[in-house]
Design a protein around this ligand. Structure first.
Ligand code: 4AD
Ligand code: MG
Length: 430
């Protein structure tokens, strides 16, 4: 008999099927046994009746511990009372692998314990739902850019230089030379934009973040579009369209998962264009008016972000941050050169910055001066400035952090649950 997946049971009502999976939960009431079986695509209730199976099978089902792997056969029965609307009237049961004392039980466990058992924790309903949303978003990210004529250009992970500041670099030995794990693919997307026009990269990036917040990982995934001849206003529109696309896709494909996570769907449905745009100066004034302890010229901390988004039901775009707190490659605002042509998208409900981007400095001399002013080694950037030497052009791009976006869309407070195997300052295992 061919294997059927739980997700596909609706099409098999009334038929005999074979399911292969693991025992999620088990209860017995005398002559009936109820197995909750999971197979990675869903969970279904399987009913065993003493009078309908052989003694041997009844015996085999006597001590089914949580996470034992089994193969079951039976008839699919539509029943509104069953979780998912179907159950299996089991006629055959075979144990494949016993599980003894599975460490994660339905009772509450502490964070450290769960993270130590992350390789098992991902079997549980809530973690499963989060990672399914992540999968949807990864696909939606690719579809968005592929559908708009962008070319995927993979950026390297070993790099010779810092792009996002030298304080969060992971250094490694590269055959006797210093190399760094990539903090961002951006510097490679700029030459790629000169070659292909519209490009993006999407992969893991690394930052030696010493901050233990709910928004920081040391290894996270970032998608980074870069577009030739694009300037700041169009970049903000691109980010807005992109984010609406991601939320819409999650609502279309993962409603059941979002319900498991008890996400307030009305809050996601409100994510429509246009997103409010706030000049940095206005944002600073807003914070002052709200009595938040914020110093003009600084970047926003979590309390500032929370105060700024509190008035809105959708993401907001803050633009023109002070040049002094931003990366060397950002173009100054011609109207006030102390500011940069930068923008951050802040997610609603306090999930924080999900996008950072800017228009890039496109003048060779200015860029070389900025590299020197930031005390960065020119020898590591000679190839990068070539983009300005050979046919320079205005261009802009941004990076969206996947885990923070998953965190916001799923309503999961800490980014450590939004990546299969999180890397944090004090966690390299499993
Ligand atoms: O604002 P960031 O540092 O921007 C850049 O790296 C640019 N080079 C991107 C570009 O213009 N191509 O990072 C972009 C996003 C942040 O908004 C955040 O969502 C995410 O990356 N991010 C992190 N996510 C999890 N853990 C961390 N430690 C993160 N640091 C940044
Ligand atoms: Mg940023």
């Amino acid at each position: 008999m061919q294997q059927t997946y739980i997700r596909d049971l609706a099409a098999q009502a009334g038929q005999e099927v074979e399911l292969r999976g693991w025992i999620y939960n088990f209860r017995s009431s005398g002559k009936l046994k109820f197995i909750l079986l999971r197979d990675g695509t869903g969970i279904v209730q399987c009913v065993l009746s003493k009078k309908e199976v052989s003694d041997e099978i009844w015996q085999a089902s006597e001590d089914l511990a949580q996470e034992t792997s089994v193969v079951l056969r039976g008839k699919v029965n539509a029943d509104d009372r069953a979780p998912g609307g179907f159950e299996l009237w089991t006629s055959d049961l075979r144990v494949v692998g016993r599980a003894v004392d599975y460490p994660i039980t339905p009772k509450e466990h502490g964070d450290a314990f769960l993270l130590d058992h992350r390789h098992l924790w991902i079997r549980s309903k809530r973690q499963h739902a989060i990672l399914r949303v992540r999968h949807t978003l990864v696909q939606a990210i690719r579809d968005f850019f592929d559908g708009r004529g962008y070319t995927l250009i993979d950026a390297p992970i070993f790099t010779p230089a810092a792009s996002e500041g030298t304080t969060t670099l992971f250094e490694t030995d590269y055959f006797g030379e210093k190399a760094y794990l990539s903090q961002s693919g951006q510097l490679y997307m700029e030459p790629a934009a000169a070659a292909f026009g519209k490009v993006y990269c999407f992969g893991p990036t690394f930052r030696a973040e010493k901050s233990k917040t709910r928004k920081h990982l040391t290894e996270f995934w970032m998608v980074e579009p870069e577009v030739a001849f694009m300037e700041l206003p169009e970049l903000m529109e691109l980010a807005e369209d992109f984010i609406v696309h991601l939320v819409t896709r999650a609502l279309e494909r993962n409603r059941a998962d979002l319900e498991i996570l008890e996400r307030d769907l009305a809050k996601l449905e409100a994510v429509q264009k246009p997103f409010p745009r706030l000049h940095y100066n206005d944002a600073a004034n807003t914070l002052k008016a709200k009595g938040v302890d914020f110093q003009y010229g600084n970047d926003f901390g979590a309390p500032d972000e929370e105060a700024l988004v509190a008035d809105y039901d959708r993401p907001i775009i803050v633009h023109r941050f002070p040049a002094a707190i931003k990366a060397f490659y950002m173009k100054p605002d011609p109207e006030d050169p102390s500011l940069s042509l930068s923008m951050d998208v802040l997610a609603p409900e306090g999930y924080g910055e999900i996008v950072g981007g800017s228009q890039r400095e496109d003048d060779l001399e200015v860029l070389e001066r900025k590299i020197r002013e930031h005390n960065l080694p020119m020898s590591a950037f000679d190839w990068y400035v070539d983009v300005r030497r050979y046919g320079t052009f205005p261009h802009a791009g941004f990076g969206l952090g996947l885990e923070r976006t998953v965190s916001w869309i799923t309503g999961v407070r800490h980014v450590r649950e939004t990546i299969p195997f999180p890397r944090l300052m004090h966690r390299l295992k499993p």
